[in-house]
Design a protein around this ligand. Structure first.
Ligand code: SF4
Ligand code: SF4
Length: 107
């Protein structure tokens, strides 16, 4: 179980590999991929079709971010990785939101 992993001991490569086989945080809540302190320039790089109607975050379908590619828990990737919102950059394996998201998918 992830909760038993000592996150501090994960190398950057190990954390990256874990996320690439997961993607749970990108698909557990439509409230998750919200915008915060991004600049207008950064937001402008996100494809319009992937921005929510309220313009407050990423557009989600059934709690899943429309930028997420792949299958949660198997192989997942962010389709706009270089331009993803700050909240996505901040989420780290083993942190609270990560654990909540993974639990939802039984990971
Ligand atoms: S839920 Fe955690 S392990 Fe899964 S992709 Fe997000 S940060 Fe990575
Ligand atoms: S923008 Fe990318 S990293 Fe952020 S929730 Fe969507 S798929 Fe995940």
């Amino acid at each position: 179980m992830l909760a038993e992993i000592d996150v501090a001991s994960l190398s950057e490569a190990e954390a990256s590999a874990l996320c690439q086989s997961c993607g749970a945080c990108c698909g557990y809540s439509a409230d998750w991929p919200r915008f915060s302190l991004e600049s207008d320039e950064a937001l402008a790089r996100i494809p319009e079709a992937m921005v929510s109607a309220s313009r407050g975050g990423m557009r989600c379908e059934n709690d899943r971010c429309t930028a997420l590619v792949g299958e949660i828990g198997v192989a997942a990737a962010c389709g706009i990785y270089a331009d993803r919102p700050d909240v996505c950059r901040a989420c780290m394996p083993g942190d609270e939101e990560c654990l909540v998201a993974r639990r939802k998918f039984g990971l």
